[in-house]
Design a protein around this ligand. Sequence first.
Ligand SMILES: Nc1ncnc2c1ncn2[C@@H]1O[C@H](COP(=O)(O)OP(=O)(O)O)[C@@H](O)[C@H]1O
Ligand SMILES: [Mg+2]
Length: 237
Amino acid sequence: MTPSLLVTDLTAGYGEVQVLKGVSLTARSQGVTAVIGSNGAGKSTLMRRLAGLLPHTGGQITFEGQDISTLASHDLVARGVVLVPEGRLIFSDMTVFENLTIGAVNPRARADRDNTLETVFDFFPRLKERRSQLGGTLSGGEQQMLALGRGLMANPKLLLLDEPTLGLAPGIAKQIFQIIPSLVKLGLSVILAEQDVHKTLAIADYVYVLENGTIGAEGLSADLQNDQRIKDAYLGA
Ligand SMILES: Nc1ncnc2c1ncn2[C@@H]1O[C@H](COP(=O)(O)OP(=O)(O)O)[C@@H](O)[C@H]1O
Ligand SMILES: [Mg+2]
């Protein structure tokens, strides 16, 4: 397995509040690595830390063999590490097209912008139909497509997806989930933070279970599906 991202003994938090208490994980290249955990486990904190949105307080992050532990968000985006944040956070008063092009401001993405836009519209024909519509007028599912599309516009190598289906109706959630393996086929590596264990095990290669800011269990999806401890704790079976 070729690693895309290597995380060693990572800490993170908010001022005095330490949330991550030494997290180690490996994200495989061109695979889906999932981080599952209940509400408040620290998933979003981990994703924000990996995206350079929280200060370096300890541990190490290596991306494609280079130490990126102290890099800020814009430097990480320029290298291909891109976060699609929890809650979408699209710009409501900008059009779909404007939201998408904002994703492509980094130099590596800008050169390829028109091609990438076509790829995004192929994934999400709905966004193409609504390219002139204001972001705030889209449905929740369409806003998630837009957030994902904006992330793709940055031409990522590693996409950090933080609970992409949170609050969405089951039908649209399923659609969003089905797109993730296609992204991997395009050559991307994905780290997916999720609460829904069933859906996650179905598409992830490898899974880490985050509990109170530490990794409580990990394994191949196929193995975890047969793990009694995981079943008891997360699958209600
Ligand atoms: N901006 C913040 N300031 C202080 N504490 C925060 C902040 N965001 C999250 N936390 C705390 O960090 C812990 C982990 O939260 P979070 O990473 O959002 O978990 P998850 O995404 O797994 O639900 C929680 O106890 C939460 O209250
Ligand atoms: Mg979260």
